[in-house]
Design a protein around this ligand. Structure first.
Ligand code: THU
Length: 163
């Protein structure tokens, strides 16, 4: 018997002012766009802003639905837009912020399981890792170099091909 182990490092910042200018701008845009999230049911407004390899910025917010499971997260809204408007262009960095209208928004949250799977597919499709900046409207900021770290043992198209 052998044992495997998976671990990864991420960066923790106390303030947005500690970030590189480009990262700070992206996080500010993610925070700003929470204002147009459509989340009348959860009141948990999520904004995502991504810098693509070609320099374009693509954004997304969560889009809820009275039929709750129909709602879509900000990250997947963004990925769909990126795939349509900049087909096959890698995403370098994605900032994800939220504004919880019912509670504080000062602790970073990370993408849900379904979004991790979508992010993983986008990384595989473009062949480049997506760097993540996670934060609320204030407080600490986490930076994760590779979204794949959030989904170890991920299922991919390779498995369908028997690779
Ligand atoms: N949500 C996102 O948009 N992204 C996440 O990373 C976590 C959750 C949305 C889904 C739903 O509209 C609301 O936040 C509450 O779960």
């Amino acid at each position: 018997m052998q044992k495997g182990q998976i671990q990864f490092e991420y960066e923790i910042y106390d303030s947005i002012d500690e970030l590189l200018t480009e990262d700070k701008d992206l996080l500010e845009q993610a925070r700003e766009i929470t204002s147009i999230a459509y989340a009348p049911y959860s009141k948990f407004l999520v904004g995502a802003a991504a810098m693509l390899e070609n320099g374009a910025i693509v954004k997304g917010t969560n889009q809820e639905n009275a039929s709750y499971p129909v709602g879509i997260c900000a990250e997947r809204t963004l990925l769909g837009t990126a795939a349509m408007t900049h087909t096959n262009v890698p995403i370098v960095t994605m900032a994800i912020a939220y504004n919880n209208l019912s509670a504080k928004s000062d602790v970073p949250v990370s993408p849900c399981g379904m979004c991790r799977q979508s992010l993983s597919e986008y990384e595989n499709r473009t062949g480049k890792p997506i760097r993540l900046i996670l934060s609320g409207m204030e407080g600490k900021i986490f930076i994760i170099e590779n979204t794949g770290n959030l989904l170890p043992f991920s299922f991919s198209g390779d498995h369908l091909l028997g690779l």
